[in-house]
Design a protein around this ligand. Structure first.
Ligand code: GLA
Length: 367
């Protein structure tokens, strides 16, 4: 059994090396990467490792740098996983992304509460934010090249989300977070990251937000468009207009969490809000036995049309990161409906490149 596994993995590794690479195809246009889980950056997933090493030149951490993981209790930091993540990227000479410093989700409740469970004051929360950012960013100074400083601060209508950060500190929590990050590593790129910015109301809110940050003297390097896409959303026009809107503010655009959901919708929105949950419905998990060829083709065409836009805006688009390496580990097998079989990425469950991989690659060759 062991021998078979080793042989399969060696085969996967050899295969990954013999296929052409995304990082070469887009060399000189933008960086291309993937989010890694802990098993992957700790070297326990040889199949993914072979793909990552041969295909990508940038990595993001799927979960291990989020507040709840790295700073679970007051005064308690757990750096082992994050250290391994950064070492993994350095060993392979990759651009290493930090994700994320300030978010309302996957942040422990104690951050916002005093020892009686009451909300802390603005001063206390600013102090906690400062301590967290200077400790985490400071530890990886000069090694993590760019940080998602604030994640998902906007509502769908473009107003600021009433998160505990905003309720307790006020609207300037974003300015403060960026200032603290800049102070901790003046050379690091700093990003605002969110989903659904392709929808106009939310996009206008983000444009206003970036303008405010710029007016406050804050250095925002890039907007992160998460890119949790569907087969029919965003439209190509929405995608192009969104890139242009941020280009016109003089910042770069990164596609930070790209994947394309091929399964039937179980919610009415296109939201990537991790708090969303939806029950399975009849017909909502149609491809448990594999993705039919015509759907592979639909996915390939969809990836190609999006990448043609990214290529068109090279120079503004400076990084594209897939949210996962192979279909098997994608969060979309469990979001928004748990236990489905999804096919959102370029590599299948065996680590083989899908037709979508070839389609994406071609858009690089067509520069
Ligand atoms: C959001 C977050 C990511 C991740 C995804 C789902 O997009 O930014 O960190 O949690 O949801 O995996």
């Amino acid at each position: 059994m062991k021998k078979i596994i080793v042989a399969t993995l060696l085969c996967a590794a050899a295969q990954a090396q013999s296929v052409p690479s995304l990082k070469d195809a887009f060399q000189g246009m933008f960086r291309i990467g993937a989010a890694l889980n802990q098993a992957q950056f700790e070297g326990r997933d040889a199949r993914a490792d072979a793909i990552v090493a041969s295909q990508f030149n940038t990595i993001s951490p799927e979960n291990e740098l989020k507040w709840e993981r790295i700073h679970p209790q007051p005064g308690v930091y757990k750096f082992d996983a994050a250290d391994a993540y950064v070492a993994y990227g350095e060993k392979r000479h990759m651009f290493i992304v930090g994700h994320c410093l300030v978010w309302h989700s996957q942040t422990p409740r104690w951050v916002f509460q005093d020892d009686k469970g009451q909300p802390v004051t603005r001063e206390v929360l600013l102090e906690r934010m400062h301590e967290h950012i200077s400790t985490v960013v400071g530890r990886y100074k000069g090694r993590i090249g760019g940080w998602d400083v604030v994640n998902e601060a906007l509502n769908e209508d473009g107003t600021l989300r009433n998160s505990p950060w905003r309720r307790i500190i006020g609207d300037d929590f974003l300015v403060k977070a960026f200032q603290f990050a800049h102070e901790a590593d003046p050379k690091a790129e700093l990003y605002y990251n969110d989903y659904s910015l392709e929808n106009e109301p939310k996009r206008l809110g983000a444009v206003a937000l970036i303008r405010k940050l710029q007016a406050a003297g804050v250095n925002v390097t890039a907007i992160g468009l998460q890119g949790h896409d569907k087969l029919d959303w965003p439209t190509l026009q929405q995608q192009a207009e969104t890139i242009e809107a941020f280009r016109d503010l003089g910042i770069k655009v990164n596609i930070t969490e790209l994947d394309i959901d091929v399964l039937p919708r179980t919610t009415r929105s296109n939201s990537a809000d991790v708090a969303e949950r939806a029950a399975a419905a009849a017909g909502s998990n149609p491809y448990t036995a594999g993705l039919p060829p015509e759907m592979q083709e639909t996915l390939a065409n969809r990836y190609a049309e999006l990448f043609r836009i990214f290529v068109k805006y090279r120079g503004t688009v400076s990084r594209i990161t897939f949210w996962g390496v192979t279909d098997g580990e994608s969060w979309l097998n469990n979001f928004p409906t748990p236990g489905r079989t999804n096919y959102p990425l370029l590599f299948d469950r065996q680590g083989h490149p899908k037709p979508a991989f070839d389609a994406v690659l071609k858009t690089g060759a067509a520069k």
